[in-house]
Design a protein around this ligand. Structure first.
Ligand code: PAF
Length: 280
């Protein structure tokens, strides 16, 4: 497995592979890899001749009062996870390599970035779309792998690829969970033992939603009220949002029908966690 810190070296390696007719998968990450990332790397390695993992904590997608400085990092560990899961190259640039002082170009996707995390985190998706576009240009993958935990991110990237004619396939992969259902996330490391226990309320509540829908619940307002009250019963949890939206353009719905996304962002202590249930 190779490690490249520059765009130039990464391009050189990928161009060589492409000349040999090899297919390339990309797994974009911000490092501090867990089993969720590992599942993306394994899938990419199974479906492509070569797999690139990018490890870059992207400053552009963090707001002023967010956790950029505290975001957990452990590159040595990331390398060993990548190697074991079958990655061929890690692209690990520094911020100046991605954003030199004279950087002025951004990628915006409208409308589906306005609600959910977009309204809590202004500029977040502009940062995600800009860095992901750059990663797509630098590594020219045939396929790119993203977790379904970040459901809005996945929908936004799919839309960007469609609208801007990127020649690649975006593949969403199932959320990997802890034994109590909490979605794996690099941010779970911020939780105290007490908060960690409390955080299970998110998945439990989404499981309730799934059950209610399977039993015929179709009233979005009624279901939302019930979900809010279930999360509010957990004293350590504070809701940022819980929304029931259509699964494509992510607009709020009144009547529940497929494809439906129920997305939640909940603060447990100081840690903001997201999770969702997708009915398709
Ligand atoms: O999901 C993430 O870890 C990040 O948003 C991504 C896609 C790697 C872009 O920085």
């Amino acid at each position: 497995m190779k490690i490249a810190e520059t765009k130039q070296e990464t391009r050189k390696i990928v161009k060589k592979w492409k000349k040999q007719g090899l297919s390339v998968g990309l797994v974009p990450t911000m490092g501090f890899l867990h089993e969720g990332h590992e599942s993306l790397i394994l899938k990419s390695a199974a479906e492509n001749d070569k797999t690139v993992v990018s490890v870059f904590v992207n400053p552009m997608q963090f707001g002023k009062n967010e956790d950029l400085e505290d975001y957990p990092r452990d590159f040595e560990r990331d390398c060993s996870i990548c190697r074991k899961a079958g990655a061929d190259l890690i692209f690990h640039p520094c911020p100046q390599e991605m954003y030199p002082a004279d950087f002025f170009s951004y990628v915006n996707v409208d409308r589906i970035t306005e609600g959910l995390c977009g309204s809590d985190r202004p500029g977040h998706f502009r940062g995600v779309c800009t860095v992901v576009s750059k990663l797509f240009h630098i590594t020219t993958p045939d396929r790119a792998y993203f977790g379904q935990k970040d459901a809005q991110q996945l929908a936004v990237i799919k839309k960007m690829v469609q609208d801007l004619d990127f020649d690649l396939q975006v593949i969403g992969c199932p959320t990997v969970r802890e034994a109590d259902g909490l979605a794996k996330s690099s941010r779970n490391t911020y939780l105290s033992p007490e908060e960690r226990k409390a955080a299970a309320v998110i998945h439990r509540t989404l499981e309730y939603a799934k059950e209610a829908i399977s039993q015929g619940q179709r009233d979005a307002g009624e279901l939302k009220k019930e979900l809010v009250s279930r999360i509010e019963k957990e004293p350590l949890a504070e809701i940022d949002y819980i929304e029931l939206v259509d699964g494509e353009l992510l607009q709020p719905v009144k009547v529940l029908k497929k494809p439906l996304l129920i997305a939640a962002a909940v603060r447990v202590g100081k840690t903001r966690l997201i999770d969702n249930y997708f009915w398709e």
